[in-house]
Ligand binder design. Structure first.
Ligand code: HEM
Length: 510
């Protein structure tokens, strides 16, 4: 012990720091040298040299790296190097290579991306790194979220959507100012909870909309970049349950929901797996996936990920749609005219899908709400990818993470002229039909075999709620002191964030 203390001197500490610094400089020199496998890819030399460049934009400038990546594409072309090990693409023609829909082409997730998350999210399908484990975990839940599955669930979604809209109308007419994100989050969280666990969280049954997961998700968002650049900080999460009484109420609620509430629902559903209602977590126990994927801990991660992925994202798209329908009265008038023969209390998702303008209203909302704004990289473990387009020719070595970003894609003026504007017409063909061909440009749900599993649920909710709102409640509501900057994407956490101080879409009675 004494001998060890003898070495713990300031001089030795300085020596060690010097060695470490020297090593980091050597690594940076190697990263930009012709010896590095990615040296031919264009991009700022500083970004190629060290992760500090990315961390600067994420941590110091506050979630600005995706915007920086967009600017880099303008300067350097469709494939660029954005950190020592990773590439970024801005070309739709390469989507099927990066995000293949066939599961025979192996795609892993990037550890640098996954470093943002902590257990139990890391054992959810979303947080799974390798292709093979992902296939097995996803197969345990995918059948529940098929179009057929959602058509069976639709009547319950319909009732919850009606209930939410009636309550918004009632509260606004009693003089309340409503932050639109709250009712939408209550609705989407109850809908996913009812489907997964066989009972809703009960958010729609409270007298107002105040209790929901909005602030818990916000707390989760604050840690994303810190954990990505300092993965060691993830260990603090293990201490959180003990520290919870000293933390803010939002973090407390987040911890409670991750460690108690969701596992509680999962356990109840697991024990109830003989029930005849078709619920995800009661039936998952009978699915042919390995028992190691059926533990309460792992299923709690799956449950939490489904709740987080299934509520915040769809709610954000509904917020955008609500804002633009109220800010652009001519858009709402055209939508109401299109839907005028529908009974607002008896709507059907399949029937609603046929309306071209409604299709445009929804896709424009999904485009501008972005889903996940930043890159979602994939690693082709077993094959080199060849990019040959727009006068560029690159061979992307196997094992290299490469991704695309919804923000970069959705603001591409070549595909979406006047991209900042909300224009449902851009989703309609010249002969007045929904332009399904344009859907390929939407990156909100990611693409390929690891794309969003909840797209059918999301669209069922979006079609029903948008139509109910347009027909039943929006004519009785107006925006309260709200401008686009109150929701417009400014920086990224996991989900898109508006400028600091933005107050969301606030609704009041006309
Ligand atoms: C507008 C609504 C939604 C948007 C924009 C959205 C967006 C996304 C995105 C971008 C991903 C891919 C993440 C990645 O590549 O790493 C994803 C994955 C996922 N989403 Fe959604 N989502 C939405 C709604 C939902 C809903 C309603 C559910 C509920 C079931 C859901 C469940 C999931 C799950 C479980 C995954 C992980 C899939 C996998 O890794 O295989 N999402 N979502």
């Amino acid at each position: 012990m004494d001998a060890a203390l003898e070495y713990a001197t300031l001089n030795n500490a300085l020596r060690l720091s010097g060695i470490w610094l020297g090593y980091r400089v050597l690594v940076a020199v190697y990263n930009v040298s012709p010896l590095h496998p990615l040296h031919k890819f264009p991009g700022p030399k500083l970004a190629a040299a060290s992760y500090i460049y990315e961390a600067w934009y994420d941590l110091v400038k506050g979630g600005q790296y995706t915007r920086r990546i967009k600017a880099m594409h303008e300067q350097y072309g469709p494939i660029i190097r954005i950190n020592p090990d990773e590439l970024h693409c801005n070309d739709y023609n390469f989507v099927e290579e990066i995000y293949p829909s066939v599961t025979t082409r192996i795609r892993d997730k990037n550890p640098h991306f996954l470093a943002s998350f902590t257990p139990p999210l890391t054992v959810a399908t979303f947080g799974t790194r390798d292709h093979e484990t992902h296939r097995e975990r996803r197969s345990g839940i995918s059948k529940f979220f098929s179009r057929q599955g959602m058509l069976r669930y639709e009547p319950e979604i319909h009732d919850m959507a009606q209930k939410m809209c009636s309550k918004v109308l009632h509260l606004s007419q009693s003089g309340h100012i409503i932050n639109a994100l709250e009712p939408f989050n209550c609705f989407t969280a109850d809908a996913i909870s009812q489907y997964c666990f066989g009972e809703p969280f009960g958010f729609l049954d409270q007298p107002d909309f105040h209790k929901n997961y909005t602030r818990a998700f916000e707390s989760l968002n604050t840690t994303i970049h810190v954990f990505r650049h300092f993965p060691i900080m993830r260990n603090t999460v293990a201490l959180m349950p003990a520290l919870a009484p000293f933390l803010g109420p939002d973090i407390q609620y987040l911890m409670k929901s991750m460690n108690e509430i969701i596992p509680g629902y999962v356990k109840k559903a697991q024990n109830n797996h003989s029930a005849d209602t078709r619920r995800v977590f009661s039936e998952i126990m009978d699915s042919p996936i390995a028992d190691e994927h059926k533990t309460t801990f792992r299923l709690s991660g799956e449950g939490w990920s489904l709740v987080a992925a299934g509520s915040e994202t769809t709610a954000a798209a509904l917020v955008h749609i609500t804002y633009f329908l109220l800010a652009q009265p001519e858009t709402l008038a055209r939508l109401r005219e299109e839907l005028k023969n529908e009974d607002p209390h008896k709507l059907s998702w399949v029937d609603l899908e046929k309306y071209p303008y409604l299709h445009g209203v929804i896709y424009e909302g999904v485009r501008l709400a972005l889903g996940v704004p930043a890159r979602l990289p994939r690693i082709a473990r077993t094959e080199d990818l060849v990019y040959k387009n727009r006068g560029f020719h690159y061979v992307i070595p196997r094992g290299t993470p490469i991704g695309m970003s919804a923000y970069v894609s959705h603001t591409d003026e070549e595909v979406f002229p006047q991209a900042e504007e909300y224009k449902p017409e851009r989703w309609i063909t010249a002969d007045g039909k929904p332009d399904y061909g344009m859907e390929k440009y939407i990156m909100s749900f990611s693409k390929g075999a690891r794309q969003c599993i909840g797209m059918n649920l999301a669209f069922c909710e979006l079609y029903l709620v948008t139509a109910i709102m347009a027909l039943r409640i929006l004519p009785h509501l107006k925006l309260h002191d709200t401008v686009y900057e109150d929701i417009k994407y400014d920086w990224d956490a996991l989900t898109p964030q508006p400028k600091k101080g933005a107050r969301g879409v606030r609704l009041t009675s006309v």
